[in-house]
Ligand binder design. Structure first.
Ligand code: SF4
Length: 705
């Protein structure tokens, strides 16, 4: 590809789901420079610390995988091979397992950082041609509870809001999220709106005092896991004080009577005691919501990553439904997506229980429709293995081969030691990666070098359904290839027709055709249209040009009755509770300048300055009782393992609760720092999302033997 040094390329930041637009230029050494795109509707030129340092992750190629590697047996070393050799052998092994043990003996484990086209071809390959639904991604670890709750409440996984609703809201309810650190550019919009309109109310719900709380009118520092109780209590006050929208409830929802019964099961005093807040605080939150013209609920992992993640989501969406605050400017339930293209994965049905364009895997008509379109084998009606289930199946031998791409599960999965053990037991492991630092590589039988951000073309969809086109800027190093091309080459080696695309855009066009008559509907959309409009929000048609800002403004919900469903979820927590041996509740989360398992941000020295090492945040009273002072090495244990990190004694956390950041592992530090050595194996029974925010641990000072 000729390098255009005088050209300015457009792309989208590859970190969080905010989806900030960037402009990229090249210097004479073909190093890239990145700046915020002033004309982009999401960020208007702003970038956070991670976005501002994007170029360093790309320009530093010292850790890049440059050529395919393979070994013929577990005892042999990996050696350099050609692409043909690597893919021929992989195809032969996959065929052998599929013939001998059936299609469910193989699986793909991908990432919310894959581009939509990549997701699309992997999903097509495994569901439409191999005949298994064993595809899941690390999005299972971050937003599957929100996906499930949207489907249950609104009929489909449709985020109804747009970011412009931020400037139209006069009450924000931010729960289980620290957007000041994790979605910074969106947060700057909230800050600017509140600075211009001080009457705007901001409620934050979080067991920790985070940077986001600095802006709050009310911080409800609840006990971990009590979100459903709190939301129900607020719902109760909204009903008692007639802050609800009875016309909306009557005409556009069902289930209110059962909900009313549910929220009146506990007195406010009981709810307040369970949550660890006061009755007055609950009433104040309800009065802020009740008096709002625009009410925006915003949430992320604190609600999603829970043993009752779906219930937490449903109880929150209820607050929008009973007040009629959905489909109106400044209003709606807004799940903040963690990863840059988790939404694109949802569009193409890239999870073990989904089909493209919001079709239902359990619906035979939908399966046939997709099968006919793809022209492959019968699509199985059996839901595939989800993220944690895949590793259980590797461990007990049901799953023989796994293909891991664009994610580092050894650090990111709960109970990481078990994930390591499962990969050790796997008969065949393919790792498709950009970096030689990924912890999965030591278990790989085949390593496939992938192109990174800016080295390939494709699309991503951000948290507000906004699709952007990421241009290719530079060539990948060595023999690395775009992920979609690797999958298509492999599919062709397997003998499957329908993977010989002329371009990435051809894949995209095929995907858009499958959205015809679905709620996503981007049929007819192409890269030129996206570029011409800068971005497009689904659903799109030629008349709307840049798509649809807000859903459910006057049209019906996607449920069979066309009404939104007010569910009445239980608040009973299913997590691992503290006891005498493990008396603390552990919650995990992110820090401002790191991303996931640090395979990219860990390369940037500037980003390491903010927080230099892993730590355990512990309340001063708990620390005093354990004779712990600041910056001492601690051992944190659960029933699954231990972590050694330094103490950070701080009143920002509730007594009895401790916090560990989730980023550290072997990439930058050691596996002793890895939070997931000790996290819980419990998952939400419906969404299958892990309970990262709650498990029982003990804490003590490190003692040398
Ligand atoms: Fe990138 Fe998210 Fe920061 Fe925007 S807010 S620059 S998308 S990390």
């Amino acid at each position: 590809m000729p390098v255009h040094r005088n050209k300015t390329y457009t792309s989208t930041c590859c970190y969080c789901g905010v989806g900030c637009g960037v402009k990229i230029t090249l210097d004479k050494n073909e190093n890239i420079a990145v700046e915020g795109d002033k004309d982009h509707p999401v960020n208007h030129g702003m970038l956070c610390s991670k976005g501002l340092n994007l170029q360093y992750t790309v320009n530093d190629k010292s850790d890049r995988l440059l050529y395919p590697q393979m070994r013929y047996s577990k005892s042999m070393p990996l050696q350099r091979v050609s692409w043909d050799d690597a893919l021929n052998r992989t195809a032969a092994v996959f065929k052998t397992f599929i013939d001998k043990y059936g299609p469910d003996s193989v699986a793909f484990y991908a990432s919310g950082q894959c581009l939509t086209e990549e997701y699309y071809v992997i999903n097509k390959l495994i569901k439409g041609f191999i005949g298994s639904n064993n595809i899941d991604t690390n999005s299972r670890l971050c937003m599957s509870s929100a996906v499930t709750a949207y489907k249950m409440a609104l009929g489909e996984d449709s985020v109804p809001i747009c970011y412009d609703d931020i400037e139209l809201a006069d009450c924000f309810f931010v729960t289980g999220a620290n957007p000041a650190w994790c979605h910074p550019i969106l947060w700057r919009r909230v800050e600017a709106h509140k600075a211009a309109h001080p009457e705007v109310k901001l409620i934050i719900v979080d067991p920790r005092v985070t940077d986001s709380c600095g802006l709050a009118d009310l911080h409800l520092q609840i006990n971990p896991g009590t979100d459903v109780t709190l939301n129900h209590a607020i719902g109760r006050v909204l009903i008692e004080r007639n802050y609800i929208d009875t016309d909306f409830i009557d005409q556009r929802t069902e289930g209110f009577e059962a909900y009313q019964k549910r929220v009146f099961e506990r007195t406010l005093k009981e709810s307040a005691a369970i949550c660890g807040v006061t009755v007055a605080e609950i009433e104040l939150a309800a009065s802020y919501i009740g008096n709002a013209k625009g009410f925006l609920t915003m949430w992320t992992m604190g609600l999603n990553q829970s043993s009752i993640g779906v219930n937490k989501n449903l109880s929150l969406i209820n607050l929008n439904l009973i007040t009629g605050h959905i489909g109106k400017p400044g209003s709606g339930p807004f799940s903040l997506t963690g990863q840059p293209n988790a939404m694109g994965g949802r569009e193409v049905g890239g999870l073990a229980n989904l089909l493209p364009a919001h079709r239902d895997l359990l619906n035979e008509t939908h399966r046939k429709e997709v099968q006919q379109f793809w022209g492959g084998t019968t699509i199985s009606g059996k839901v595939g293995l989800t993220a944690t289930e895949m590793f259980e199946a590797l461990n007990d031998g049901r799953l023989k081969a796994i293909w891991i791409l664009c994610t580092n599960p050894i650090t990111s999965l709960p109970n990481a030691r078990f994930a390591e053990q499962a990969l050790k037991k796997a008969k065949f492991v393919v790792v498709q990666e950009i970096t030689d630092k990924a912890e999965t590589l030591v278990y790989a039988d085949v390593i496939l070098p992938a192109a990174a951000w800016t080295e390939k073309e494709g699309t991503m969809t951000n948290s507000e359904r906004r699709i952007s086109h990421l241009q290719k800027v530079i060539e990948p190093p060595g023999e690395a290839l775009p992920d979609a091309e690797i999958i298509c080459r492999f599919a062709t080696k397997m003998g499957y027709k329908g993977f010989t695309y002329k371009s990435t855009e051809d894949i995209y066009k095929e995907h858009t055709k499958l959205t015809y008559r679905s709620s996503i509907n981007i049929n007819g959309l192409d890269y030129k249209q996206i570029d011409d409009c800068k971005t497009v929000q689904w659903p799109y048609n030629k008349k709307t040009e840049s798509g649809t800002k807000r859903l459910f403004t006057n049209h019906l919900f996607h449920t069979p009755s066309k009404k939104a469903i007010i569910h009445s979820p239980s608040d009973e927590l299913k997590s691992e509770l503290p006891d005498e041996d493990f008396p603390f509740i552990l919650t995990t989360g992110r820090v401002r300048d790191q991303w996931h398992t640090m395979s990219k941000t860990g390369k940037v020295s500037k980003l390491k300055q903010h927080i230099k090492h892993a730590f355990l945040e512990i309340h001063p009273i708990d620390a005093a009782l354990l004779n712990i002072s600041d910056n001492q090495v601690l051992v944190v244990r659960s029933r699954r393992g231990e972590v050694q990190v330094k103490s950070k004694v701080s009143a920002t956390i509730k007594q009895g609760v401790v916090f560990l950041p989730m980023h550290w592992g072997k990439i930058l530090g050691s596996d002793l720092n890895r939070a997931n050595n000790i996290t819980s194996t419990i998952i939400d029974p419906i969404s299958k999302e892990p309970d990262f925010k709650y498990c029982a641990v003990s804490v003590e000072k490190y003692k040398k033997d």
